[in-house]
Design a protein around this ligand. Structure first.
Ligand SMILES: Nc1nc2c(ncn2[C@@H]2O[C@H](COP(=O)(O)OP(=O)(O)OP(=O)(O)O)[C@@H](O)[C@H]2O)c(=O)[nH]1
Ligand SMILES: [Mg+2]
Length: 487
């Protein structure tokens, strides 16, 4: 549990941040989401659009011409890797490939000079706001509940979950490995490693499974960051622990000690040094992919979202509210990659995402106040058109599918543009969630067609050159996350 030292350290960090913020007003903006949700692409496009005067009509300070200068500046935290903005933009714009996957935390500072909208504010002008954008894996947030669990509880919950649904199949090898070891036997490094490896393989199998079962702590087993190969990750749950305490020198005692070390040296510092200092947060989710993969994936996303949201709304979480002295006052949950659908379907994606968020939040007994939900595309890789087929007009999207992508038996070469009828989501999310709860094996949205597209050409269809990366509703997210601080 938290102790005085943690609280004091967080209070000190916050005091330091506040003092710095008086001289140089700052927002610390957290960007998170499960892996491949679109975090890196989101930050790259956001920064590119700000630096290059992108089309941002819903971002009021830009629309009204009050932003006079935007620039990247050295970040305040020397110990955190810098977000490799230039590399990512070179990939996106220069090579038209998606940036590489990232596995750890990173940070970037962007500073805006602006003229205040109010006469009073202009007396003090020009205003200046620094936005520190912090990219971190959503998996790390899912570790939070561990802080309240001892090793016995962790073992019991993890093993019980591994016996449900498809996980029962994926955990078979790990269970046979567990059957071979005895918790009370003398500690043995080889045994510990064997169990940790079998456990990690199970976690990885869940994650790469079609049904995309991704909500499993400990987060660093899948996203080790700088701990790759570290002994701090060489532990695993143990089955059927007898009453009482672990015998001295036993495998049980060793696993318990490492589990506690993981909490103390990995989980707590993350919450203390990074999470507890955020002001605003955006959570990106790939709702379309989950829908495409079926009911179990959607339920899994809902559970992960609930666990993540619990970190931002610490009211219901006694442990966390004592840990956090600063409160994240605005949260956006955004369904990404909306450019995979025709704009007529965007309200359906948004309704579905809102329902997903409401369900996740209700399940953990919280209210949705201060949570904004939207569907966006950080990078718009497609444009819209219509085709006539048998006398009816169909809305289609046009883009360049990535080499090797396949639809209706046709494989693409990565060069040719193609029109695709993307299909639609159900108009009413109720019917959708009824289908999920009935646990049928039927596809949830049978008409959806998914193909991954390359990032767009910077030359617009009319021949003019775009200055900034095209997007869908990125400006709406910006307005909610930072617009009020530029008033
Ligand atoms: N069409 C389209 N595809 C996107 C968009 N954003 C992300 N993608 C796709 O999603 C993939 C993952 O995006 P990233 O930004 O790398 O995701 P991430 O959350 O940083 O992923 P990790 O670093 O691996 O956790 C990309 O490689 C793209 O294929 C978008 O706005 N439009
Ligand atoms: Mg990334």
């Amino acid at each position: 549990m938290t102790n005085l030292a943690d609280d004091a350290l967080i209070a000190l960090d916050n005091l330091g941040d506040r003092a710095a913020s008086l001289v140089n007003p700052t927002i610390r903006l957290g960007v998170t989401g499960l892996s491949r949700a679109g975090k890196t692409v989101f930050i790259s496009s956001l920064v590119h659009n700000l630096l290059n005067g992108g089309r941002l009509p819903l971002f009021e300070p830009m629309r009204s011409g009050r932003i006079s200068r935007v620039r990247l500046e050295p970040q305040p935290d020397d110990a955190v890797p810098r977000f490799q903005y230039e590399d990512h933009v070179r990939a996106l714009v220069g090579e038209r490939v998606w940036p590489d996957s990232t596995r750890a935390i990173s940070q970037l500072r962007i500073t805006l000079d602006y003229e205040s909208a109010s006469g009073w504010g202009r007396l003090w002008s020009p205003g200046r706001l620094s936005v520190d954008v912090i990219d971190y894996p959503g998996e790390w947030l899912l570790d939070l509940p561990l802080l309240a669990q001892d090793f016995r509880t962790f073992s019991e919950t993890t093993i019980a979950l591994a016996q449900t649904g498809i996980r029962r199949v994926l955990s078979a090898e790990w269970f046979s490995a567990m059957a071979l070891s005895d918790a009370r036997a003398p500690a043995d490094e080889a045994d510990a490693r064997r169990l940790a490896q079998a456990f990690t393989a199970y976690l990885k199998a869940c994650k790469s499974d079609e049904r995309s079962l991704s909500t499993l702590p400990p987060g660093r087993f899948l996203m080790p960051g700088d701990l790759e190969g570290s002994p701090a990750l060489t532990f695993a749950p143990l089955p059927k622990l007898p009453e009482g305490r672990a015998p001295k020198g036993s495998l049980w005692a060793m696993m318990e000690r490492r589990y506690e070390a993981y909490k103390a040296h990995v989980v707590k510092p993350f919450f203390r040094e990074h999470f507890a200092r955020l002001d605003r947060q955006i959570v990106l989710i790939d709702a379309l992919q989950a829908v495409n993969r079926g009911a179990e994936a959607v339920q899994d996303l809902e559970r992960a979202l609930g666990d993540v949201m619990a970190c931002f709304r610490p009211g219901a979480n006694g442990f966390l509210s004592s840990f956090l002295t600063r409160r994240i006052d605005r949260v956006v949950v955004a369904a990404t990659k909306a450019d995979h659908l025709h704009h007529e379907s965007h309200p359906h994606l948004e309704a579905l995402t809102r329902r997903l968020v409401d369900r996740a939040i209700n399940r953990i007994g919280l209210s949705g106040a201060g949570v904004e939900v939207m569907a966006l595309a950080s990078v718009r890789a497609t444009r819209e058109a219509t085709v006539k087929q048998d006398g009816t007009t169909l809305p289609v999207i046009v883009g360049t599918p990535i080499a090797g992508e396949c639809i209706d038996g046709e494989t693409f070469d990565g060069k040719r543009k193609t029109a695709i009828f993307p299909g639609d989501l159900p108009e009413n999310p109720d019917s959708f969630f009824q289908a999920i709860e009935s646990n049928s094996e039927e596809p949830l949205a049978p008409t959806l067609n998914f193909v991954r597209f390359r990032p767009p050409e910077m030359e617009a269809p009319g021949g003019e050159l775009r200055l900034a990366i095209p997007h869908i509703r990125l400006d709406r997210a910006m307005q909610y996350l930072i617009g009020d601080r530029l008033a």
